[in-house]
Design a protein around this ligand. Structure first.
Ligand code: N01
Length: 493
């Protein structure tokens, strides 16, 4: 094990230059943690003109986080001001911007400049940006996000529509919505949030469902002024709430989904079924809304208002398959044309892209495209063989879905820093996972994935091209354990 991993404050003698790709939640975290480790020569590249990642890009009505706010926040930057148990997106965006200012991230930002290529050559990463800047780094941390390349549906006639049409992650705020006829394609977490937010604003709301979803009820309670004052004045109370939510979340959800036979998973299923039967009284509508696969097989959708919204008189659940998009709306295979003013494509994301389209070239001219020809992999989601001194936050096959990705990234960053400290201390010049370690990890991961709920008979974005869940298939505590300290035997170092 890595008993030789030094603490930089004690032995650091080499000054490192670190490039961070992306200034979303994970990139902000990387800069803060690097600075804490005494590394200040950092440039954080961000293609957009603001920090925030997902929370900057997604501005659709109803956007919020369905992970409790006090878990979906940095452990070192609690936010007593969150107004609800589950925060709306704009509060999270404001929080991330504030953290970036308060924790000294801003001077390291290079906004509006996308990294287009990163080439490794004898200990140095040469980065080039879309604006033609070139800069060299000893270490690169890729914090470029997971769900950020919109997946456009392959539907005939998409170019024919004469109204407004956009992907949920590219919401056009200039398009009027109120009093209009709006159609949403998809029934994932995004579409469900949009449904609750839009139905009372529009003349007619059509939800085009290809596959029904289980819906976990949510009690999105407001924190009162008094509660928030208590969180502010007695920080330990906020810490207690966070600890409670964190362990409840891990035990009740994260650990349940990786064991398809678990009792807790049955309870999740019972809760979702009861939610449907209690809230949807029309048996025909209920039949159309009831999935034929197990709850949490797809990423579980959490909502306080979806069933009420879809039963409003101006709302319609369309379950006939979409045949094509036409000038005036969407035609289904029953022959009916649903006339619409606005079509929202809540059709999800290309989840296997990660840092791409950035062209990344490691040892011996090997590109990431080549390394990932059979799908994205990385040792413990963090390090790719033959790509030395490049580390990923929220990389492939890690804990995704109904988790706090902030919590995940914090654990990964502490792990990465232990490797970076070796470089800083001059104990290593190149660190990257061995091919053998990655293969062994992948084999064990794929085997363990067979016990998860994700392979019990549904299609979802968790599944890779081979049908293997691209996710962490073990309890969350195991992730915590392996992230505690790198096993140097798994690395060239
Ligand atoms: O995307 P999705 P999302 N014709 O991939 C349908 C996170 N998130 O943006 O199920 C018709 O889940 C597709 O149908 P089917 C969260 O991790 C978090 O909603 O494939 N339909 C499906 O219904 C989430 O899981 C929050 O049959 C088509 C939908 O589009 C992830 O983002 C909030 C179609 C896509 O669902 C992605 O969620 C929101 C077609 N051609 C999102 N193509 C939080 O609160 C696709 N579909 C933290």
């Amino acid at each position: 094990m890595a008993d030789a991993v030094p603490d930089s404050r004690l032995v650091g003698d080499r000054s490192l230059r670190v490039g961070v790709i992306g200034a979303g939640m994970a990139g902000i975290l990387a800069v803060i943690k690097l600075r804490e480790a005494g590394i200040t020569d950092i440039v954080c590249f961000e293609k957009a003109d603001r920090v925030g990642g997902t929370w900057r890009e997604n501005t659709y009505p109803g956007i919020g986080c369905d992970v409790p706010s006090h878990v979906y926040s940095y452990s070192f930057a609690p936010n007593p001001d969150f107004t609800r148990m589950f925060s709306p997106g704009h509060e999270i965006q404001a929080y991330l911007e504030r953290v970036a200012v308060d924790h000294g991230v801003v001077p390291h930002l290079r906004l509006g400049d996308e990294v287009v290529s990163a080439i490794y050559d004898r200990g140095v990463w040469h980065l080039e940006t879309a604006r033609g800047h070139r800069a060299d780094f000893d270490v690169v941390i890729a914090a470029s996000g997971v769900l950020h390349h919109p997946r456009m549906p392959e539907i005939d006639g998409v170019d024919e529509f004469e109204g407004a049409m956009f992907h949920s992650a590219r919401w056009d705020q200039d398009v009027p919505i109120d009093g209009r006829r709006v159609g949403v394609i998809g029934t994932g977490s995004t579409a469900v949030q949009i449904t609750g937010a839009l139905v009372d604003r529009v003349e007619h709301f059509s939800l085009f469902q290809r596959t029904p979803q289980w819906i976990m009820p949510m009690d999105n309670k407001l924190f009162s002024d008094d509660q928030r004052a208590t969180f502010r004045n007695e920080p330990h109370r906020l810490r207690e709430l966070r600890d409670f939510l964190e362990s409840a979340f891990a035990e009740n959800f994260a650990d349940a989904v990786v064991d398809a036979k678990s009792e807790r998973l049955e309870q999740i299923e019972d809760t979702c079924r009861a939610n449907l039967y209690q809230h949807v009284t029309d048996p025909e509508l209920r039949r159309r809304l009831e999935p034929d696969y197990r709850a949490a097989c797809k990423r579980l959708v959490v909502s306080a208002d979806f069933y009420d919204a879809i039963q409003k008189p101006n709302a319609e659940l369309v379950t006939a398959a979409i045949s094509r998009i036409e000038r005036r709306g969407i035609r289904t295979d029953t022959g009916r044309l649903h006339e619409l003013d606005v079509i929202v494509l809540a059709t999800g994301f290309e989840v296997d892209r990660f840092m791409r389209p950035t062209v990344i070239t490691g040892l011996d001219g090997r590109t990431l495209e080549e390394a990932w020809a059979d799908g994205p992999t990385a040792y413990l989601s963090v390090s790719i063989p033959e790509f030395p001194n490049l580390f990923m936050l929220n990389g492939p096959n890690g804990p995704v879905g109904n988790f706090s990705l902030i919590q995940v990234a914090e654990l990964q960053m502490d792990y990465i820093l232990q490797l970076v400290r070796r470089l800083q201390a001059g104990l290593s010049t190149e660190i990257h996972a061995t091919e053998a370690a990655m293969r062994e990890h992948e084999a064990r991961r794929i085997e363990a994935a067979q016990a998860t709920v994700w392979v019990t008979g549904c299609n979802s974005w968790y599944l890779d091209a081979r049908g293997v869940p691209a996710a962490w298939p073990w309890p969350f505590r195991r992730f915590r354990e392996v992230m505690a300290e790198p096993d140097l035997d798994a690395y060239h170092h």
